[in-house]
Every structure is written in C-alpha cells, then in structure tokens.
Design a protein around this ligand. Structure first.
Ligand code: ADP
Length: 481
C-alpha cells in the first residue's frame, strides 16, 4: 500500500511524548513490511541542524488561510528504503522554542499553525508523484486532514485517498473559538454537530473523527473506554455512533531503540540470560543521581509528563506514606509547575532517598528504565502508555493502574500467577497505590518471584512487526469504504 502519515511529532526529529515514538516506529515498520510510506511533519527549530542530510524539495507550497495566502517550503529525508519524511517549513509557525506551548501557555496561533499544516498534508497527498492511497492522520493537530480530503473528493479530486485517524489521547482535541473555522476556507456546512462543531466551537479532532473512513486508538481497552461518559471527554456519544469503524490497536516498542543489549545510553548491557548486568545499571543510576549506592534497597522510578492524567497527585500521596520504608525513588519529568514543585519538595525532605530531575533527557530516561527495580505509572487514564512497555523489556516491574493500555499490556499476579510481569491496582487513590507499592516490596523480598516477574516481562513481545498486520487490516477496511 501507499500510505501518507500526518503527525505533529515524529521520533527522532521531534518529540514530546508517545505520539512521536509511535509514528516514527509504525512508519518504519510499515516500510520494512514493503509498503511505500511518507510522513509529513512540521520542520521545527533545530531539525535542519541535527539532520544535515535533509534536502529542500523543488515544491511551491501556497495555501489559503482565511483571506490570505500563506507560503511554505517542503524539505525531505529518506531515512530508509520505502520511507520518506516530508518536513513542512514555515518558520513563522514552527521555528519556536517548543512544539505547542511556552511557559505553560499554548501558542495563541495553534489553530492557524496546524490548519496550515493539514492543508500542506492534503496538498502533498494530492500532488505527490507516488499518489498515496491512504492518508493516516494522528491526533488533533492533523485532525482537519480527513475533512479536507472529504471536501476535495466531493469537488473534483477523482481518486482521493482513503483516510484513517488515530486518537492518541482524547483529552487533547484542539478546540478553538468558532472564528477559527474561517481558517479552513471550507463552506460553513462542515461546522455543524455532525462535523467539526463542538458546542459552537471548532473542534479539530472531532473533524477527523467525523470524516475519516476508519478511526483507531492505541489500545483495545481505551477504544472501549472512550465510548463511555467517564472517558469520552464529551465525544463518547459521537464515538458510540461510529463504533463499527473504531478499532483499538495496542502500540508497540521499537526495540532497535529501546533495548538493553546494544544501547549507547546504558552503562552495562544485560539481557534475560545475563540479568546480573542489571545490578550494575542500578548502581550507576544511584551514583549518577547522588543516591546511596546500595544494591539491596528497592529502587522505584518514573519517567513522565507531569500532568494530571499521569496520576501525579496520588503518586505524591503514596510516596509520602511509603518513603519511611526502606526504598529509593527517582523521577525524571516536566510539566505543570505545581507538580514539579511537589516532587522537588519531596527530594528536599528525603535526601538520600529521593532524586528528582526536572526536564527532558532521553539518555536518563533509558538509564532510569534500566536501573530501577520498579516503575510507577498510576495514571488516571492512559490511552496506551509506552513507558511500562519499555520497562517490561528492561526487566523493571511496572506498577500500573488498570486502565487503558496499562491494563492491556501488563499481567498481574492475580490474573496470571505464572505469567505475571507487573502489579496492577484499580481504584484511583493514594491508598490503593500505597497498597500496590507494599506488594512490590513483598515481591522484592522473594528473589525467585522477583526474577520470574522480570523474566516474564523481558520475554513479552510488543514488536511492531507483529502489530503492522493489524494496521494493514484496518487500512483495507478504509480502502473499501
Ligand atoms: P505520553 O505520550 O502520554 O507522554 P507515553 O508513556 O506513551 O506517555 O510516552 C512517553 C514517552 O516520552 C516515553 O518514550 C518516555 O520515555 C518519554 N518521556 C516522558 N517524559 C520524559 C522526560 N522528561 N525525558 C525524556 N523522555 C521522556
């Protein structure tokens, strides 16, 4: 198949979270499976410097935005056979310090930045010589793509591609005041309750859901959850009406990036067969973060965006209670100031037990995954979650709340005593998480059980090669519509 992706972030060019990992890895896996794949993404600050092999395409990009015409350029890179990355270059929109926000506030022109991006994607879909058959849009930033494709197919685009939209997180919908719709230059009948309108506002993700041929999300359980009021973020009814074309496919891990045997970020390679090497990574991590280098103290860790979704409040509550026990905790994260301060205070109050690093650090993320005994992910909701999937491969036991992809990817002792590879809890409360941490401490005291959990996790296979088949099936359904 010939597939064009549209995503506002793609690893290794740009990343704020799991979206980048997923798009980069799925694009690569589809190309390796023999498909022709293109990925369209904005050219953010620094990409050209980090990837000097990037080339300017001889392409004139000019799109109407309300009553103006906006020009841009297209740059490309071919990281491997069958895969081309198309970067949309428009410095006034994308040459900024961050992707979506600065100092905690979203950029005021985000609607314009990403509506222009969607127009550029559709323009490429229409005029690229290799003629994509399917356009796969990711999240609200690419949400208008299916709507533009639908409109152009009704107004003269004879062989318009099929469309798929993936919801990576329904909590982010790209909702803007109604005037933002004028940036699309579409007839006003697209802004109605069956289209892009959401309580009189313009909703970019809803535009994608309304007009895509198929809708996917990143785990089977989350696909069910988002059709309920509790998790539907106001779109549950809209999604229930489209249940027949809504599919949940669990994300995978790119093991060429996330592995313990050939990983430049790690101090010492290790594997299921040579698990002893994990202890050296633990000691190196304790050293790096200034914690006492003790092998027998259970080390807990988190690598996360510090957002409410991630269960930061119950995590702080549970740690408060548990830190009197013999344990250490490390955190790498950034996000809401109130949560950053909360963890920094914890580190001040428990020196020698807690180490906190605020910021974004790819190498440290790998070293925490490798050096810890347990990884905490007490999310309130979690579409898929990749951190726990990486933890499993690193022999680090995930402690997760049984929601969304966390529930789909981790096996608890109560569900499967022989195959258990993590600890799950259900109730969203500090008390329930405290209990789960107590269970972890009990597992830690039993070396055989601890080893079994670790080996089960390391054997679990979330490789993309297997998952690609599921996307192929969904794409075929889209092509038939
Ligand atoms: P989400 O996409 O909701 O943030 P996921 O678990 O799906 O959560 O993906 C998070 C990804 O971002 C993982 O690859 C994780 O290692 C990475 N990550 C999160 N916070 C940081 C950070 N502060 N530094 C480095 N990597 C981070």
């Amino acid at each position: 198949m010939k597939i064009l992706f549209a995503s506002s972030e793609v690893f290794p060019y740009s990343k704020t979270g799991g979206l980048a990992d997923m798009v980069g890895a799925l694009g690569k896996a589809l190309a390796e499976a023999g498909h022709r794949v293109g990925i369209v993404t904005p050219l953010y600050r620094g990409i050209r410097e980090s990837f000097p092999e990037i080339k300017k395409l001889d392409w004139w990009l000019e799109q109407p935005i309300a009553d103006r015409y906006v020009q841009g350029e297209v740059w490309t890179l071919d990281p491997e056979p069958g895969l081309t990355i198309y970067f949309i270059d428009k410095p006034a929109y994308y040459d900024r310090s961050d992707l979506y926000s600065n100092g905690g506030a979203d950029y005021a022109d985000n609607a314009e930045r990403f509506i222009f991006f969607c127009k550029a994607v559709v323009h490429l879909a229409r005029y690229l010589p290799w003629q994509p058959e399917l356009v796969h849009a990711h999240d609200w930033q690419a949400g208008c793509v299916p709507m533009f494709v639908r409109h152009q197919s009704k107004t003269g685009w004879g062989n318009a591609p099929a469309t798929c939209i993936t919801i990576h997180n329904l909590a982010y919908q790209g909702v803007f005041p109604p005037w933002a719709f004028s940036l699309t230059n579409l007839p006003s009948d697209y802004l109605n309750p069956e289209g892009a309108e959401f309580y009189k506002q313009m909703n970019c993700l809803k535009a994608g859901i309304a007009f895509a041929d198929v809708i996917t999300t990143v785990s089977p359980r989350y696909a069910r959850e988002i059709t309920t009021e509790e998790f539907g973020c106001g779109l549950d009814g809209f999604l229930r009406d489209r249940r027949a074309k809504l599919f949940g496919i669990l994300n995978g891990a790119d093991y060429s990036e996330w592995n313990t045997t050939e990983n430049p970020y790690l101090h010492n390679p290790y594997s299921a067969r040579k698990l002893s090497g994990k202890a050296e990574n633990k000691q190196a991590l304790q050293h790096e973060l200034g914690l006492p280098e003790k092998a027998d103290i259970p080390l807990f860790g988190s690598v996360t965006r510090l957002a409410e979704q991630k269960g930061v409040d119950i995590q702080l509550g549970a740690l408060e209670e548990m830190l009197s026990s013999n344990m250490q905790f490390v955190l790498l994260g950034s996000g809401a100031t109130i949560f950053e301060k909360g963890f920094l205070r914890l580190a001040q109050r428990y020196p020698g037990k807690v180490a906190v690093r605020i910021g974004y650090d790819q190498g440290l993320a790998h070293r925490i995954e490798a050096g810890c005994d347990f990884c905490l992910m007490p999310s309130k909701f979690e579409p898929c979650g990749l951190t726990q999937i990486y933890s499993l491969r690193y022999g680090t036991i995930p402690i997760v709340r049984a929601t969304g992809g966390l529930d789909d990817s981790v096996r608890d002792y109560a569900e499967n005593p022989k195959g258990a590879d993590g600890i799950k809890f259900r109730e969203y409360s500090a008390r329930a998480l405290t209990k789960a941490i107590r269970k972890a401490l009990a597992v830690y005291q039993q070396p055989d059980l601890l080893k079994r959990f670790r080996l089960n996790g390391m054997k679990a296979d979330f490789s993309w090669e297997k998952i690609v088949v599921e996307y192929e099936q969904v794409y075929k359904i889209a092509l038939k519509r």
